[in-house]
Design a protein around this ligand. Structure first.
Ligand code: FO1
Length: 310
């Protein structure tokens, strides 16, 4: 059984590569919920929805989030009525949040909702929220303390980042099955997601780092930083603000205590010796997931590194 620690867009693409190489039913995705927040009275789980809808091939592939071809009638009228319209929720997307909110209010857990939705959409990969407890990620900025989505979307990642607060994740419990999946995995892969606010919250949950150190499974990450920059999202300012070098080496250092190996991009090949000096195995390859072939290649490279190949 392969387990993937996942954030949003980059992780979803990576998992699309992994399912080309291993049977989808043998894959468990443990997904970040630090981006989850309430808006319009609805519980919104961006990364769970990105992973689920990507694997269901429902995702808007230009944006990497939202439903392909979705309409925006509700958002347009919400704006007309003076409601918040900074977080673009399509009409079909809203149905997901309305239904999730109702199920949670009826006493179902986020895990049960996530499992129900992925089965509805015909996704064979098991999708686990990292936690069923609230674990919001907050960013300390020059505009004050903001929820991650307020920082990233509402303010366009413009405010200066002074720090990241994973306090809630430190108190939340791993969702049912998370620790067991890590303990019984044959391979654990860390997707090319934001190390601070997508993978970080998962690692901040009590017992997760310990489970990753204890598991017999090799643990291999794919660097989300290529040539000193992130392909998408605010990994660079967030890594910088938390004292990490914005490079594949900085990523390796951030994960060194839980990793056996890391896949880095061709442009970062010169960093391989310094990463190996951390005691990690390194694979150097093209990590840009332009299409299905590249996604499968990246997944194959990560699995081969994990299983002692190249
Ligand atoms: N990201 C944006 O930059 N702007 C948006 O309006 C936006 C809406 C949105 C709606 C649903 C959803 O599941 C994700 C959405 N995202 C949006 C993406 C999201 O902010 C981030 O990509 C993830 O939270 C980080 O992985």
């Amino acid at each position: 059984m392969v387990v993937v620690l996942a954030g949003g867009v980059g992780a979803a693409k990576f998992i699309e590569g992994v399912v080309q190489v291993v049977p989808p039913a043998s894959l468990t995705a443990i997904v970040n919920t630090g981006d989850d927040f309430t808006l319009h009275g609805l519980t919104i789980s961006p990364d769970l929805d990105i992973v689920t809808c990507t694997l269901a091939d429902l995702i808007d592939r230009q944006q990497g989030w939202g439903i392909a071809g979705d309409t925006t009638n509700c958002m347009e009228w919400l704006a007309r009525l003076g409601g918040p319209s900074w977080f673009k929720l399509g009409d079909r997307d809203l149905a997901i949040h309305i239904r999730r909110t109702a199920l949670l209010r009826d006493g179902h857990t986020l895990s049960q909702v996530a499992d129900s939705f992925r089965q509805t959409f015909g996704v064979a990969v098991r999708i686990l929220p990292m936690s069923d407890d609230p674990a919001p990620t907050h960013i300390f900025t020059s505009d004050g303390e903001l929820h991650f989505e307020e920082y990233f979307v509402q303010r366009g990642a413009q405010p200066e980042v002074r720090g990241v607060r994973l306090h809630a994740a430190g108190l939340a419990r791993p969702a049912p099955g998370v620790i067991a999946a890590l303990a019984s995995a044959e391979v654990v892969l860390v997707a090319p997601s934001n190390p601070i606010v997508s993978v970080g919250p998962i690692l901040a949950l009590p017992g997760v780092r310990e489970a990753l150190r204890a598991t017999r499974a090799p643990v291999v990450a794919v660097s989300p930083i290529v040539g000193g920059a992130a392909l998408k999202g605010p990994a660079a300012p967030l890594m910088h603000a938390t004292g990490h070098e914005v490079s594949a080496l900085g990523v390796a250092r951030a994960y060194a205590d839980i990793l056996d190996g890391i896949v880095i991009d061709l442009v970062d090949a010169a960093l391989a010796p310094a990463i190996e000096a951390l005691g990690l195995r390194v694979a150097v390859t093209d990590t840009i997931m332009r299409g299905p072939v590249e996604k499968a290649h990246l997944a194959t490279t990560a699995l081969a590194l994990a299983l002692g190949g190249s």
